[in-house]
Every structure is written in C-alpha cells, then in structure tokens.
Design a protein around this ligand. Sequence first.
Ligand SMILES: [Zn+2]
Length: 351
Amino acid sequence: MRHAAPFAQQTSKFVLFRIHQGPLRWAFFVQVMCDVNDRINVFAGAHFDRLGHLRSDSGWIDRCFDEGRAVWVPVWNDSNLVITEPKQQAVLLPSDALPQDSRDKCILLGEFGDQVCFAVDLGESTKEQPPPMPHGVFRGLRTVGLLFPNDQAALLAYAQAMVLWHRRHRYCGRCGAPSSSHDAGHELRCNNTDCAQVIFPRIDPAIIVLIEYEGRALLGRQPAWPTGIYSTIAGFVEPGESLEDAVRREASEETGINVGAVRYHSSQPWPFPSSLMLGFRAHATDSRISLNDNELEDARWFSREDVRAALLSGKLRVPPQLSISSRLIAHWYDDGEAGRLAAIIDNITQS
Ligand SMILES: [Zn+2]
C-alpha cells in the first residue's frame, strides 16, 4: 500500500478556509507558497494522502461526513467546478451541499490539508445545462488545467479519472450484470453472485518520446491538429510489450525511424479518460523518415536553431505547456547552448 509523503514535505503548501454565505458553505483553496519541482508534470505529484487503508472502513467514512471533515470534489460531464477570478482555484463543496444519497456514490480521494476529499459524479449530458452552483463554473481540465496550482490540478484530475472509470464500468465485462461500488469507490463488483468479478480502476499506459539524432529532434504532426503544431512521437502500449518495445514500435510505425538507446524521463496522469503518459528520450540509429502508418501527415528533424526560427516566424507551434510533450521538447532544447525554450515562447506570447 503506497502512502503519500507527509503534507509538510510536499512542494506546495496551502491553507483551507470556508466562506459562510447563504445556505451553503464553500471551501476555497488559497495558495500561500509554491515551489514546483521542474520535473513534476501537470496533474502529477503526491500532494495528498490517498488513505488507502481506510477505504473499507465505512464507519470512518460516515464520521467524516457527520463531523464535517468531508468535502465534495464534483465532476459534471468531463468538467470540474472552479472559480476563475481573481485567479483559477478549485471549488470544493462541504458535505451538506449535496443530497444525503450522494454518500452512496462517493469515491474517496484522500486527505488534502485537514479535510477528506470525495469525488462525486453530478452526471453527464451533452444537452442539459450543468447543475446550478451559487459559486463556480464547470470547466474542462484539458483547457484550464495549467492554470491551477499543481496540487489542485492533481486532485481534480484524480477525481475526474475515478468518476470516468465508474461511468465506463457500470456493467460486468464478463457476464453483463450490473456492478456495484465498494471500498469507497475503488472497487466495482459484479452483482451476479455466480460471477462476482471484482473490477479495479484501470489506466491505459501510453509512451511519448523525444527522439534525437545528431543534435536534432524528431517531431511530427497529425492532420487533425491546429496549424503549425508539431509534437513528439506517442502511442499506446500494447499487450505483451515492454515500454521500450512500445517506444521502438511506435517510432518505426509512425516515422520509419529505428531507435537505439531509450531513457526514462518522467510521467503524467492524463485522465481523458484513463491514460498514463510515460515520457522517454531516445536516440535514433538512422535519420531516414518514412510515414508508414499514415497516423502522421508530416514528420521532420528539427535542430534547435530550426525550432527557434520556426517558432519566431510563426511556422511552428509546440504543444500546450499542460502536456508532457511540451516538457520533453523544452528539456531537449534547454540541454543545448541555445538558451531556454520558455523564453522564446514567452516572447512570442507577449508580442
Ligand atoms: Zn459478472
């Protein structure tokens, strides 16, 4: 059983307070100090204790709600509840803000500050308006995740991943009977006693790799991406593959490039809906590009000067800073003598 490091040892520290306003009490996070590790990707980081040893203790969970320690992390469609002014913050609802039967659907996330967070699904619909909330609006993490402090982004991503997993496993994949939630939402069990399959939360591993050859980086683009965006090579790990196998296969399938040495970089939870991005840097053994599987419409080798010139001319855009691909590209660029990629992007953004 893994436990997070004590809260005081985390890279960010927060205070929690409540604003009493109307019939509902609202909890807001306020960031008072942030020292973000440069290698921690957005949505990553052990910012809270997941309390795995208490998931099966229904008495303890009831006391969390009865004593007011419980707060809700609501998810509606694929969006989280946030405030955007004066800056973006997560909005957590006190335990009495939702109907009593919401407890039956609660998913224990863990201890964050001095409160215990539970994810709750407020439903999914492409037609209906979001549930009315006196404060806050629902926003998708893909578009606004970068604007949160890292520990809040991680908490919201965790909530979203668990809710989406519940939605996609309402029925047993073996016998088709409905499933029911156990262990504070971390197990789903088939209701058919002859089957009784236990289903655990799943993640889908995907590799993402910056491939180098004689000082140049291999970047490609898919036809559906916005004009000018080039990114690193990526793809899902297939059954029977090691991560290194997946790096080499994806590089070969997408670009025809053969890869030699592979080195781990970092990883990023990507709850859209259930991926774990595993980042690598690798060296190619040749440079001849061949788009074998038509997933990419173009792939090229970029020197650091190529990247700098293309960014400044507007012919190249790198992926949003939210993604691990942007970190891989930036760390490769910064390893050279050409300065920091972030400085170029800041200049473009401000001009
Ligand atoms: Zn079953």
